[in-house]
Every structure is written in C-alpha cells, then in structure tokens.
Write a protein that binds this ligand. Sequence first.
Ligand code: NAD
Ligand code: ZN
Length: 364
Amino acid sequence: MSKTVVTLDLPPLKTQVEIAIGEGLLKSDLAKICRSRSGQIAIIADSNIASTYGKLVEEMTGGCMLPLTGGEEAKTRESKQKFEDELLRRKFGRDTLLIGLGGGVVTDFTAFLASTYMRGVPHILVPTTLLAMVDAAIGGKCGVDTPFGKNLIGAIYHPSHILIDPALLASLPDPEWTHGLAEILKYGLIADPSIWELLERDPLHWKKSLLSLLLSSIRVKKNVVEQDPLETIGLRRILNFGHTIAHALEALSQFKMPHGEAVAIGCIAESCLSHRLGFLSKEDFSRIKTLFRKFSFSFKLPKAFALEPMIDAMLIDKKAKAREPRFVLIDRIGHALPFDGSYCRTVPAAELKALIQEELCLNT
Ligand SMILES: NC(=O)c1ccc[n+]([C@@H]2O[C@H](COP(=O)([O-])OP(=O)(O)OC[C@H]3O[C@@H](n4cnc5c(N)ncnc54)[C@H](O)[C@@H]3O)[C@@H](O)[C@H]2O)c1
Ligand SMILES: [Zn+2]
C-alpha cells in the first residue's frame, strides 16, 4: 500500500496537522492512532454511511457512533446542541476524541463541535466525499448554518489528523464526484497548471489519476492555508475563485443548486471576466471552456436568474467592499492575480452586466 503524508505546519497556531493520503489507510492507520491515546471516542458519522464505514470505524476504534441525519439541513446550532447534550449525558470528558466521518457537512460539524466541547477537544477527520477530501476537511474552517446564511457561526479549529482514503469513495454517487471535480478544476486554475494538463490529457478517464489529483489539490490548499492560516493576509481568497458568482447562484436558487455546479459556472464566468478585462488570453479562456464542457458542466442559467438580483446576491460575498462585489481573477491557467496582496478586485458594473447577459445568457 502506498501512502503519502503531507504535514500542515501552522506556527502562528502552534498546530500541526497530519494529512495521510492512501488507498486502504483507514483500516491501517485509524486504529493505530486511537490505540496510541487513552480516553473516550465518539464517532460522528453521516447517517448514509453509518451502517457501512461507520460500523467499521466503530469496530476498529471501540468508539461510540452518533449518526448525523439530514445532511446540510442538520448542520445547525440546534443539532450541535443535541450532540453536546448527548455527549454530556454519556459523560464524555475532556479526554474525548471526536472522529468526523462523512462529507463536508460532517467534517464542518464535527470540527465545530470539537472546538467548543469542554472548551476544545481533539478530533480526527475522515472525509468520505471527494469535495471534503480536497477542500472541506482541510484548513480548519468549520461551523454551522443559520436561517440568515450558510456557515455564519463557526471557528477555525484544526484536527490532529486527516485520513484520506480514496477507497471510501467507492460508494459515492456520480453527482458527488462531479462536485469534487469542480473544486479540483478550480485548484488547477488558481495555482497548479499540472492539474489542468492532467485532466485535459484524458478527461473521460480522469478517475484513473485520482490519487495524483488528490495530492496536487491538497498541496494547493495546504500551501495557501499555511501562508494565511487565519485568513488575514488575503491569499486565502484565491480559494474563492469562481465563488463570488457561485455563492450568488446558490443563494438565488434557495440553495437548491448544488455547490459544485455553481462553482463550475462561477469558474467559467470568472475566467471570462479575467479574459474580458484583458488579463487572461483568448487561448487559455478557450481551453477552460472546452474542458468544463467535456465534463458536461452547464454554462447557461435558467431565466429565473435576473440581472439585478444576481448582482445584489454577489454583495453577500465576504470579499464585497463598499457595496461592490470583488472577484479573484487569473492571468493564466494556474495563476491567480495578487493585486497588491488583496488577491481580488472590483469589476466595472458594465463589464459585470455584459458578462451576465452575454456569457451566462440571462434574461434571454
Ligand atoms: N470548511 C470548509 O473549508 C469547507 C469547504 C467547502 C465546503 N464546505 C462544506 O461542505 C459541505 C458540502 O460537503 P459535501 O459536498 O461533501 O456534501 P455532504 O457532506 O452533504 O455529502 C454529500 C452526500 O454524499 C453522501 N456521502 C458522503 N460520503 C459518502 C460515501 N462515501 N458514499 C456514499 N455517499 C456518501 C452524504 O450522505 C450526502 O448525501 C457544505 O456544508 C459546505 O459548507 C466546507
Ligand atoms: Zn467551494
């Protein structure tokens, strides 16, 4: 079995996170880590995989499984309180270890639960979706949703270990693969042209290169998080490429549009903005459109997405400043523009309107 270990060094946080990536390492590594410590173990598992991987982890670690049912709708303060009460009722103390086993919903939820339980207990994340493996589980951001918006209550709290075992993806439904792929494509656009080249070489059989894509994507996120662990210097914004538009689309669809689909449209649209503003060449923009098309990502939006509400929705984005949306832009495949360290900039309203009307075919 081959295994790669990447260490996330965070001197300002005095934290080190071991991210182990390898086929089959859940079985080999998790029990070993758990044996090396004393104390109780609670496994927070996505209810859809509780009877399969959850059971396995329970047997391997001797922990007690608490399933999280309901997906994104369960990522709330109310659920967190229920889990806290359950842990307290079962007398889980300060020496508790939490294991989060699931997609981004569970990794966000478990890490936030760990960050406040007994003023903070250690946790291990075992992401089971592609999106959580390359994105959600890494970087320490965690939290819950509120009726006022997603992820508005949370913390930055890192696990001791992240175990990434691609074997766990065997049961993942096709649309979930696509959502992870959208984020991998984003990493290629902002920081690693080799990701892009690999996907361009054989798009139909991209899963054959899964391990390599996982490693490259995780390295991009690691590099950004290490340089900007608390999201203070702006660099972390590059991870938000495609997301100004994606977040607006998700909000306007009342969160019915899956994040991955919104990110794909957002990446194409924000590449288009980069091109229209003269930063990105026609050739690179054309390569970007071609590859997204090969993966059957949609370019067009339903008529319901009208121009003004779209622009309004972009203002919810945390990069917005003085009631103007700001965008991460690229000047070639694999490079986000620094803009004096802000890594984003405003776009003239006329340009934005033209983009939405001409490229995304709104109001037509
Ligand atoms: N913290 C961060 O930096 C960060 C980054 C990106 C996304 N997120 C969060 O991640 C969440 C989205 O994550 P997601 O896309 O993984 O969604 P998810 O956790 O809802 O999982 C998607 C679906 O896949 C199922 N599933 C999970 N693993 C499976 C497996 N191995 N086999 C079969 N089915 C499986 C789940 O039950 C669910 O139905 C959102 O809440 C988002 O806010 C956080
Ligand atoms: Zn995203």
